[in-house]
Write a protein that binds this ligand. Structure first.
Ligand SMILES: [Zn+2]
Ligand SMILES: [Zn+2]
Length: 296
């Protein structure tokens, strides 16, 4: 099977996974419907996204690997601005139609784009450089809500980020396990953990969605490895999920056991369709290890 065929199948697989989740947890229907549209739009966009190939010298790779530094910083991500701006427009439409708390802002942002008031190079640079002041000024200039603008902007570049992270990760030597809590590609915190077919544990980056192998007994937020202080919470009804918690830093990460699920597992969908687990963890006194803006 070629890469393109695999990508072409994804929207259908996401649809099926979303359908199964809605059947088991009807309370999530609205949120799953919304994200199914966003993720489908992103996968379709990814198939048409072109990013510059990533190059780095072997010397720099070996220094960074030795020092346990991520291979790139956020400002080094290459973005396909053309495909991202098309996706940006599409996401505005999805949000507007969904009638959620961002709908009014999405309409203002959509109209600002139609009247060519958005400089996408400037917008994406502010996002990637983590330049809060510039990003705030752009939101102010467009007379719109900053959180909605951040949500739409980030989600519109997500296909580029993932593709670029794939190309960066080819330089990572997988012989040495990555025993750090942050993404080996970009340095951000993991958003979700998973167990895959061979029982290995993986962590997935909250920013670039790169997935890397991780020790099983390990808190990614404080790098604690002491057995007695690492536990998990779970519900009898949902054997496929558990919440890994750390007594040392009081943080948690959700974990999906893909070996138990017979349906297709699309981690971004699992992340948004398991907010009841976040509530459970918070009730037990644990905080999410991921900054709020990266949670969805
Ligand atoms: Zn990353
Ligand atoms: Zn910890």
């Amino acid at each position: 099977m070629t890469m393109t065929e695999k990508v072409a199948e994804l929207p259908e697989k996401i649809k099926k996974a979303a359908g199964s989740i809605k059947k088991i947890r009807p309370a999530y229907s609205q949120i799953v419907d919304f994200y199914e549209k966003i993720f489908t739009a992103q996968e379709k966009s990814a198939a048409k996204t072109e990013i510059k190939p990533f190059t780095i010298s072997d010397d720099i790779v070996s220094i960074k690997t030795k020092e346990k530094f991520p291979l790139i910083s956020l400002s080094e991500f290459s973005i396909d601005v053309n495909s991202s701006r098309k996706l940006f427009k599409k996401i505005c439409k999805i949000i507007n139609k969904s009638g959620n708390h961002m709908s009014a802002a999405a309409e203002i942002i959509f109209n600002a784009n139609e009247s060519k008031k958005i400089d996408f190079n400037e917008l994406y640079a502010a996002l990637l450089n983590d330049d809060d002041a510039s990003f705030g000024n752009i939101a102010l200039k467009l007379n719109t809500d900053r959180e909605a603008l951040a949500f739409i902007s980030y989600n519109s570049i997500k296909p580029s980020l993932s593709l670029f992270a794939d190309s960066v990760s080819k330089h990572i030597n997988n012989d040495n396990p990555w025993e750090k809590g942050y993404c080996p590609v970009c340095g951000n915190t993991p958003v979700i953990s998973s167990f895959e077919s061979d029982g290995k544990r993986f962590l997935t980056c909250s920013f670039c969605w790169h997935k890397w192998t991780s020790p099983r007994l390990f808190c990614p937020f404080c790098e604690n490895r002491e057995a007695g202080t690492l536990h998990y919470l779970f519900s009898e009804d949902e054997q496929e999920y558990r919440i890994d918690v750390c007594d040392k830093c009081k943080r948690y990460i959700k974990n999906v056991d893909t070996r138990i699920l017979s349906r297709f597992v699309y981690l971004p969908l699992e992340q948004v369709a398991t907010f009841h687990l976040d509530i459970m963890a918070r009730e037990k006194g644990f905080e999410s290890g991921v900054p709020l803006e990266f949670q969805v």
